[in-house]
Ligand binder design. Sequence first.
Ligand code: FCB
Length: 452
Amino acid sequence: MATYTFPKDFLWGTASASYQIEGAWNEDGKGESVWDRFSHTPGKIKMGDTGDAACDFYHRYAGDIALMSDLGLNAARISLSWPRIMPSGKGQVNQQGLDFYNRVVDELLKRNIQPWVTLYHWDLPQALEDIGGWPNRDLAEYFRDYAAVVADSLGDRVKHWMAFNEPWIFTILGYLMGIHAPGRREPVAAMKATHTVNIAQGLAIRALRESRNKPAAVGTAFSMSPVHPRTDSREDRAAAERWHQFYNMWFLDPVMRGEYPQAYVQGSFADHVDIRPGDFDKIKAPLDFIGINLYTRAVVAHDPNDHNIGVAQVRAGGEEVTDFGWEVYPPALSEMILRVAKDYPDLPIYVTENGCSYGDAPGPDGKVNDQRRVSFLRRFIGEVGRAMQAGADVRGYFLWTFTDNFEWAEGFRQRFGIVYCDFDTQRRVVKESGHWYSRLARSGALDFDPPA
Ligand code: FCB
């Protein structure tokens, strides 16, 4: 066993998303989101689950934040529901929606928990989907206006912002694969959506910075996985690098450098999507930090039948997996951090999500003894320490997630929380992993077995 001691000012938090925890889907003037519509459509979500009530965070936020404080956490990543604040996505502002987030932010600050706020964690106002959704370029400007409204209202107290959560996931799963809201399967529209989101990211970052309430730092939380080739062949290695560019860099290189990475087998993105003069001036708005959301690695092979990126995802095979079926591969985290640190040397890094799904429930003694989660966290957070020892400037870790919650298309069956949530009674039980994380947050000292 080695011990790694994290710096005193390291942030130890949890991450969450509005739709996954809030409930109150139609209260106090909130507009419908694409996730409301999607989950209310039969057959889209396992077991017909919806986020209508979720963890009822809308009414129970004070208790949950008190529990975070009891556990000794010093930061919390939350997201804002755009349709709660602007019911039809543009124009009219719903003061009751803003009031709710003002109460949440005040409650966090009262407990000495730093609020880290994401503008968009996938709950697009349905009214904007009705005019075409993210493939419609106009949404970039509506998003900027929304960012300006929230910066004006919350920015005197919220100093750390993320424009988007996992832009790759909601554009590709929502518009190409159709398994997330709005459930479209339209390859051309999906790639247009990625371009609008890149423009929206640049515009919103500027809006935050131009607000009278100056932010301390603005970033985005990117879904990332180091990409390994299935074999050592030249084709597979080239495919792995293309997938790295497409999956990990598609929204990072544009905002940092004003250009798209090279990911297509032939030609470039400009051959596929209408890029207009001036777009890159809007898109480029270098970030103050990079947020990494990481759960596992990717293994890919060259796929000659895919004429775009030319990649097929494959299973690594025979590996340890979580209850979600995701491979448990701890070195993924240090590898990814070090690659980002190498490509963007001067930017602080935050792990904005990392965690695992295991279905453990309270036992006869009332305790939730989720030792597999403890083992997962110990190993992954150990990799954060290893990356820091190798020189990476990592400043915080946000565990996904605090309470078990609505896990998108999987509904309530995938439990990622360090706090068990009984969705019938809304009772919370801190899991063993929650107590373990609390000790780590308080001491900053992690015991772990470094890989051989
Ligand atoms: C991430 C999402 C988050 C959660 C975890 C398990 O991709 O950002 O909302 O669903 O996966």
